[in-house]
Design a binder for this molecule. Structure first.
Ligand SMILES: Nc1ncnc2c1ncn2[C@@H]1O[C@H](COP(=O)(O)OP(=O)(O)OP(=O)(O)O)[C@@H](O)[C@H]1O
Ligand SMILES: [Mg+2]
Length: 257
């Protein structure tokens, strides 16, 4: 069932989460509406990955609620959350480098029963989105460029036709031209109706393609709103300044062009 436009697809409400007794997230609230690209920015250690882990059920919230597609998924198991249509492509590309591109895409449907027709429809959709993966379908995943490997990681997730895809630093370690390709792929996903929650260190670039944005600092959300407003506001600068008012080495990495 689709959420009506007035209801966010994903809603985190005052979520606390961490690791063992270490509390990282403090009363984090964010919304992701249907068909939107939402970017999450903040310096290293701000809690961005921890938030994605809490949303995907890897870190159980100690307080607060998470709803997805009208269901309460607070404390649900990762499998159940994936089944509901919320997928998480974690930091770093987890591919089987020696196996072919096609085999890696097929791994994405692990545990799913698809008719042949449905299977082919999904593969065709992926090939439409990433023609390069069709071209290189028989080559080992390890022979792809970094950007293509990132596309393959996204393609793997696409086999499950997520309603919302969470991407943790998909541009990590990529040359600028490949970053462009990955960001373009994210725009194509949105055009296909997939909502995106994106964690990205290429802050300026990410804000350009995003609809909405949240700024995190020390485990809290310090600002949220339209990406254009966040790009023009003060919160970004505050979040990326060191404690003594000096720029922190951790970023953001502004684009060259
Ligand atoms: N497995 C873990 N066990 C304990 N503490 C952790 C663990 N992973 C992360 N942390 C701590 O949680 C805090 C938030 O880390 P997190 O990885 O969520 O930040 P981030 O915003 O994703 O940073 P980066 O930009 O470096 O990826 C940090 O203080 C970090 O040291
Ligand atoms: Mg991280």
């Amino acid at each position: 069932m689709k959420a009506p436009p007035s209801l966010p697809l994903l809603s985190a409400n005052k979520v606390d989460a961490g690791y063992g007794h270490v509390r990282v997230l403090e009363k984090v609230s964010i919304d992701v509406r249907q068909g939107r690209i939402v970017v999450l920015v903040g310096r290293n250690g701000a809690g961005k990955s921890t938030l994605l882990r809490a949303l995907s059920g890897l870190n159980r919230p100690t307080s607060g609620t998470i709803t997805f597609d009208r269901r309460d998924i607070t404390g649900a198991r990762p499998n159940a959350i994936v089944g509901a249509g919320l997928l998480h492509v974690a930091e770093g590309r987890r591919l089987f480098r020696r196996q072919s591109v096609t085999d890696n895409i097929e791994l994405g449907r692990y545990g799913l029963r698809l008719t042949e027709q449905e299977h082919d429809r999904r593969v065709n959709r992926i090939h439409e989105l990433f023609p390069i993966l069709q071209e290189k379908r028989d080559l080992p995943a390890g022979s792809l460029s970094g950007g293509q490997q990132q596309m393959l990681a996204i393609a793997q997730a696409m086999m499950r036709e997520p309603k919302l895809l969470m991407l943790d630093e998909p541009s990590l370690g990529l040359a600028p031209v490949l970053v462009d390709q990955v960001l373009a792929a994210i725009l194509s996903l949105r055009a296909q109706g997939v909502a995106i929650l994106l964690v990205e260190q290429m802050v300026e670039r990410a804000l350009e393609i995003a609809d909405d944005a949240y700024v995190m600092q020390n485990g809290r959300v310090i600002a949220g709103g339209l990406a254009a407003d966040i790009a023009a506001g003060d919160a970004l600068q505050a979040a990326f300044m060191g404690e003594h008012g000096t720029p922190d080495h951790s970023g953001p990495r502004w684009s060259v062009s």
